[in-house]
Design a protein around this ligand. Structure first.
Ligand code: GSH
Length: 203
């Protein structure tokens, strides 16, 4: 198999952190988003959406969408479980991972891509007002997660999961989006320090 990786791109990082937590090593081919390699004819043949990451299996099947790639590896190697344990545990991980992705990550992404001049060629049309509108949405999502972390060690409960990975890449994407963690979100900051210190965070 071959993983088409995207360097510092948050979704590519999400899969690398997941693999590091599992202790799985996969051959990787870097795709340079800065050079628009994801929009070349050869890469569009792999993922017509022109996005990384993408996982090509030995039989030619391509899996895109970072969560789908992670789920594939979860099935191949269930330990440590990163999608939850038991009916309730799995539902809570799904719930918080979707909240982290839809409420936080996407707000940060829109804030960055719709306001940063360097993103004009990537986000067409670039709508600055939509980018600005997403900054308070990102703050609201961080408040939601902070309230959860006031009661639990990790985003989906007491066990580290993919919901932490998604939240980590989103929180570490806020700086280029010109958003900061509000000072009073002490639980989010405590959690961030812990998750950023895990060896997988440098993957
Ligand atoms: N939903 C997809 C999103 C993938 C995605 O947006 N990838 C970004 C990097 S984080 C990308 O390749 N962007 C290239 C572009 O916008 O041209 C996933 O989870 O994998």
């Amino acid at each position: 198999m071959l993983l088409f990786d995207g360097g510092r791109a948050p979704n590519a990082r999400r899969v690398r952190i997941f693999l590091a937590e599992k202790g799985i090593s996969v051959p990787m081919q870097p795709i340079d988003i800065g050079k628009m390699e994801q929009r070349t004819e050869s890469f569009l043949a792999i993922n017509p959406l022109g996005c990384v990451p993408a996982l090509k299996l030995d039989d030619g099947t391509v899996i895109t969408e970072s969560v789908a790639i992670c789920r594939y590896f979860e099935e191949l190697q269930p330990d440590p479980p990163l999608f939850g344990v038991g009916a309730l545990g799995k539902a809570l991980v799904e719930m918080w991972n979707r909240r982290a992705e839809l409420e936080l990550y996407l707000s940060v992404q829109h804030a960055f891509r719709h306001t940063h001049p360097g993103m004009a060629d990537y986000e067409v049309p670039q709508v600055a007002a939509w980018g600005e509108a997403n900054r308070p949405r990102a703050i609201a999502a961080m408040q939601l997660i902070d309230a959860q972390l006031a009661k639990h060690r990790y985003v989906a409960g007491e066990r580290y999961s993919i919901a932490d990975i998604t939240t980590l890449v989103a929180v570490e994407f806020i700086k280029p989006a010109k958003i900061a963690i509000p000072d009073d979100l002490v639980h989010l900051k405590r959690w961030h320090a812990e998750c950023a210190a895990r060896p997988s965070a440098s993957a």
